[in-house]
Ligand binder design. Structure first.
Ligand SMILES: [Zn+2]
Length: 414
C-alpha cells in the first residue's frame, strides 16, 4: 500500500503553512463551555492541510457500496479521545523539518518516505513512526505539529480533543521536555477561539521503555503538571503488559491525573482486564479484542467503560482483516461505550471524518449507529456533565438536521 497526497493540494504546502503564534499558555481548561458558533460544519476546500489517502488497506482502493446513501455529508461533532499528536506528523513535514533542522531524514525524499507507509503489524508502523520523529527538534516544530492537528481536526468537526503525546521519544532524541511542552501548549492554549476545539493533553508512557523509565518520565513532567490532565500507556503492546506499570500509575493517581491505557489491540482481552484491575484506568484505548471474552464484554457494558476504537487504524495494522470484519457494530449492539477515533491519521488513512465515512460506506452503519458513536465520544471524555450535555445536544441537532434533509436514512442501510 502506498499512500499519496490527494489532488486537493500537496503536503509541502501544508508543511510550510505558518500561523501567527498566540501567547504561550495552558491548554483550554477542562469544564469550559463549548463554543456554540465559532466553527460551522467543515466545507469542501476549507482545510489548508491535506490528508494522505490510504484507502487501499490490502491493495486495491475500497469502493463505496452502491445503493448506500451518501452520509454523512458532514462529519458529526465528535470528541476525539485517541489521537497521538506525534502520529499526526505529515510525511512532507518530516522531510521539511529534517532539512530545516539539519538532521538526517528517514528517507531520501518524499516519494521514498511514502513508499514505506505500508504495515504488517503494530511494530512495523512503530519502526517508521519513531524514525520520522527524529526530525522533531525545536519548540517551533512542536508548535507546528500541534497547529497542524488543530487545522485538520477542525475540518473533521472535532469539537473536543484529549490529545496523547510521548515526551519520552523526544527526550531520547535530545530534545528538552520544556521545548516540547512550550511548543505544544503554545499551539493549544487558545484552541477554542482559534479552532472551536476544546483541548487537553494526556502524556503517554512508552511501555517498551519499561517501568523505571516511565517513573522517571512522570517525575520529569511534574513541573508541567498543570498542562496535562492524565497519563496513558502506548507503543509496543506485546511483551509489555499492564502489570509492569502498577506503581507508576499509582503515583499518577496520587497526583490527581486521569488514567487511560492502550490494551486489547494486539494483546488479548486479559490485557484489558489487567488495565482495569491493576492500573485502574478510566478508559481503555482500542480494547477491540475484549469481544473474545464474553464475561469482559458484560463487565464493560455494565460499568460503561469507554473504549476508544480506531477502525481504520485496526485495518492498516491488520488487527482486523478488513473493515467489514471490524467488531465495532457488534460492540455497539452489545451496549458498549465505544467511540470513533483516528489514532495516527496520516499513517492509517485519515482523520475521524474518514473513519465515519468508511463505517458508513464499507460497514453499512446507519445514521442512528453513527449518532450513537458520536454521543458516546462526548460521554467518554473528561468534561463536566453539563458540558457533555451541551456537546451531545449538538450531535442530536446535527443528525436531526440530516434526517430532515434525507428522510428514510437512519434505519437499515441500503
Ligand atoms: Zn493509539
Amino acid at each position: 500500500m502506498v499512500c499519496r497526497p490527494t489532488s486537493e493540494g500537496d503536503h509541502r504546502g501544508g508543511a510550510r503553512r505558518r500561523r501567527t503564534r498566540p501567547e504561550p499558555g495552558r491548554p483550554a481548561p477542562t469544564g469550559a463551555a463549548p463554543p456554540r458558533s465559532s466553527v460551522g460544519p467543515p466545507r469542501e476546500g476549507r482545510n489548508p492541510l491535506v490528508t494522505v489517502l490510504c484507502w487501499d488497506h490490502r491493495g486495491g482502493r475500497t469502493a463505496p457500496r452502491t445503493g448506500v446513501p451518501v452520509f454523512p455529508l458532514t462529519s458529526p461533532p465528535t470528541a476525539e479521545l485517541h489521537i497521538h499528536l506525534e502520529g499526526t506528523i505529515e510525511p512532507a513535514a518530516v522531510i521539511e523539518m529534517a532539512r530545516r533542522n539539519g538532521v538526517p531524514a528517514p528517507a531520501a525524499d518524499l516519494d521514498e518516505l511514502l513508499s514505506r507507509y505500508s504495515f504488517a503489524d503494530l511494530q512495523s508502523f512503530l519502526d517508521l513512526h519513531y524514525a520520522n520523529l527524529t526530525v522533531l527538534r525545536t519548540e517551533q516544530d512542536f508548535f507546528e505539529l500541534a497547529t497542524g492537528y488543530l487545522d485538520r481536526a477542525r475540518a473533521a468537526n472535532i469539537r473536543r480533543a484529549e490529545i496523547f503525546f510521548d515526551p519520552q521519544t523526544h527526550l531520547g532524541n535530545g530534545v528538552p521536555v520544556g521545548a516540547v511542552m512550550a511548543g505544544i501548549t503554545g499551539a493549544l492554549a487558545d484552541s477554542e477561539r482559534t479552532h472551536g476545539i476544546s483541548t487537553d493533553l494526556i502524556m503517554c508512557f512508552l511501555r517498551d521503555r519499561g517501568a523505571a523509565a516511565a517513573d522517571e518520565m512522570l517525575t520529569a513532567i511534574l513541573p508541567f503538571r498543570d498542562a496535562i490532565i492524565g497519563v496513558g500507556l502506548d507503543s509496543t503492546e506485546i511483551g509489555f503488559p499492564p502489570e509492569l506499570f502498577v506503581d507508576v500509575y499509582a503515583r499518577a493517581a496520587a497526583e490527581g491525573l486521569h488514567l487511560v491505557a492502550h490494551a486489547g489491540e494486539e494483546g488479548g482481552p486479559e490485557t484489558v482486564t489487567a488495565a482495569l484491575d491493576l492500573l485502574h484506568v478510566e478508559r481503555v484505548d482500542h480494547g477491540i479484542r475484549s469481544v473474545e471474552d464474553p464475561d469482559l464484554v458484560r463487565r464493560l457494558r455494565d460499568e460503561q467503560v469507554p473504549l476508544t476504537v480506531c477502525p481504520l487504524s485496526n485495518v492498516a495494522l491488520r488487527t482486523v482483516d478488513t473493515l467489514a470484519d471490524h467488531p465495532l457494530p457488534g460492540m455497539l449492539a452489545d451496549g458498549l461505550l465505544v467511540g470513533v477515533n483516528s489514532d495516527d491519521p496520516p499513517y492509517f488513512g485519515g482523520y475521524v471524518d474518514r473513519n465515519y465515512a468508511a463505517l458508513r460506506t464499507e460497514l453499512g452503519m446507519t445514521a442512528a449507529q453513527l449518532e450513537q458513536l458520536a454521543l458516546n465520544s462526548f460521554e467518554s471524555c473528561f468534561l463536566d456533565r453539563a458540558v457533555k450535555d451541551a456537546y451531545q445536544d449538538e450531535v442530536r441537532a446535527h443528525f436531526a438536521g440530516h434526517a430532515a434533509e434525507s428522510p428514510g436514512d437512519g434505519g437499515t442501510p441500503g
